[in-house]
Design a protein around this ligand. Structure first.
Ligand code: AHR
Length: 502
């Protein structure tokens, strides 16, 4: 198989917002309790946080972490998680039928984010609560001092405000499973009212309104239009979510599904433009893709199990074991965010630890990287700068999810500061290698830095506590850059990062 591409120095998509490399942590299963927080673990440091986990999280260079949910947030009282721990109430979490001990709340999470080198992106409860809870949380987090909530934060040990910039107005409010589910009109009005009040506190806040939970929702894409007709002027982003499934066990279809996500972004972009035109507005509005991942290995069993269990504390839930095939899908999703950087400004892999996560832990034991950790890591490390347009001529196939799927998924990022180009290339073909030629038109003095390969002959290969390095990146000697042209051979079913210096 052969593919040709051209990347021209002057043809850019735009600047990539580094917040597309963000994450998500929910009070769900063993994500927080037994994931990031385990005071009895041998590696636990200050505050009971696992240092081995912090180390793996830190390497991902996540600009934001969305917290505390997810479905959890829609019946959460944030005040339960502040102040002396012995006085914090234990509550029922109605989203996942578990018991929430409230040992970790906003102050502990803020200190964990400091240690992890990241910032909080907070969701407010628009399910069971409204203005009061959202505004008091905002004041608690962001006001310096001299008021009831800010002084309470200081008494609780955080002298300085947290300065949380990005706020989600609820979670998946279009879903009937969501506590406090609303119609588009009801939600749009509420988001507008609460958003206006939050911006009265600080007009520089960035607010995210809920879009559709996925592109198969009955209300999609009218939901986006109706919601934005109410709150376009107040909010800054509309949020989208996508979880990729492969119940049918069809590799070529699974790996074509990020193209469906691409259309989803395209359509919601159209809805944004429609409302902008209808309301005669100048302001632009962007997409926050604040939950995405592969999720199906354990999904159906878990959804049956949790509905009948007896309110356990932090039980294992949604603990997916990801295989190599899933890592390729994650690579294609990340390429999509790079190519769509004109629309998508924030994206959060969902989630981060134990729950549908790139990082897994054993209680009292080891922590390791799942297969999907690597495309996320490599994207985050080398995918910052300007997204370049890639003119591509590659063979294609038809799948149930989409037609004309190119066997080559490619994105290119130019970092003018570092004077480098990173090319992210996935050969989707399960059996055939791909000969790739790229004309680096107009880029002077190009030189190969390295070719990083993520590959395993078995698409079902997984990393486990016993064999944590079954799938991991290696250095590849299959690329030549000469006279402004790159030539490479990509292995069948492989994820590649080719780095070039200028
Ligand atoms: O990430 C797991 C769940 O998926 C979240 O709680 C919810 O927002 C989504 O449906």
């Amino acid at each position: 198989m052969k593919a040709r591409a051209t990347i021209h120095r002057d043809f850019k998509v735009g600047a990539i917002d580094e917040r597309i490399y963000s994450g998500f942590l929910e009070h769900l299963g063993r994500a927080v309790y037994g994931g990031i927080y385990e005071p009895s673990h041998p590696s636990a440091g200050a505050g009971g946080f696992r240092k081995d986990v912090l180390d793996l999280v830190g390497k991902l260079r996540l600009p934001l972490i969305r917290y505390p949910g997810g479905n959890f947030v829609s019946a959460y009282n944030w005040e339960d998680g502040i102040g002396p721990r012995e006085k914090r109430p234990v509550r029922l979490d109605l989203a996942w039928r578990t018991r929430e001990t409230n040992e970790i709340g906003i102050d502990e999470f803020a200190s964990w984010c400091d240690a992890a080198g990241t910032q909080m992106m907070l969701a407010v409860n628009l399910g069971t609560r409204g203005h009061d809870a959202a505004l008091s949380l905002l004041e608690y987090c962001n006001h310096p001092d001299g008021t009831y909530w800010s002084d309470l934060r200081r008494r609780n040990g955080s002298e300085k405000p947290y300065g949380v910039k990005v706020w989600c107005l609820g979670n998946e409010m279009d879903g009937v499973w969501q506590i406090g589910h609303k119609t588009a009109h009801e939600y749009g009005r509420l988001a507008n009212e609460i958003g206006r009040a939050m911006k009265a506190f600080d007009s520089k806040l960035e607010l995210v309104a809920c879009g559709s939970t996925h592109s198969q929702m009955k209300t999609y894409p009218a939901w986006e239009v109706e919601v934005l007709e109410e709150c376009y002027e107040t909010v800054d982003y509309i949020s989208l979510h996508s979880y990729f499934e492969n119940y049918e066990g069809d590799y070529l279809n699974h790996i074509a599904k990020p193209i469906v996500m691409d259309r989803y972004i395209h359509t919601v972009g159209g809805a944004i433009d429609f409302v902008k035109a209808k309301l005669r507005l100048k302001k632009d509005l962007y997409i926050s893709f604040d939950e995405w991942n592969v999720w199906y290995h354990q999904r159906r069993q878990d959804h049956t199990n949790f509905k009948s269990w007896d309110w356990p504390v932090a039980p294992p839930l949604c603990e997916e074991t990801y295989n190599f095939e899933d890592a390729l899908v994650v690579g294609c999703v990340m390429n999509t965010f790079i190519r769509r950087c004109d629309r998508v400004k924030i994206a959060c892999i969902a989630q981060l630890v134990n729950v549908i996560a790139p990082i897994m832990t054993e209680t009292g034991g080891r922590a390791w990287r799942q297969t999907i950790y690597y495309p996320f890591l490599l994207g985050s490390l080398y995918g910052r700068g300007e997204a370049m347009q890639v003119a591509l001529d590659a063979p294609t196939y038809d799948a149930a999810a989409a037609n004309d799927v190119p066997y080559l998924d490619i994105a290119a990022v130019h970092d003018p500061g570092a004077r480098t180009i990173a090319i992210f290339a996935i050969n989707r073909h399960p059996r055939e290698p791909l000969d790739l030629a790229i004309d680096l038109a107009g880029f002077p003095k190009t030189q190969l830095i390295e070719h990083i390969l993520l590959h395993h002959v078995d698409l079902n290969a997984v990393n486990t506590a016993e064999a944590p390095e079954t799938v991991k990146p290696s250095s590849q000697d299959a690329t030549l850059v000469e006279d402004g042209e790159l030539r490479s051979q990509l292995r069948p079913a492989s994820y590649n990062v080719i780095r070039i210096s200028l």
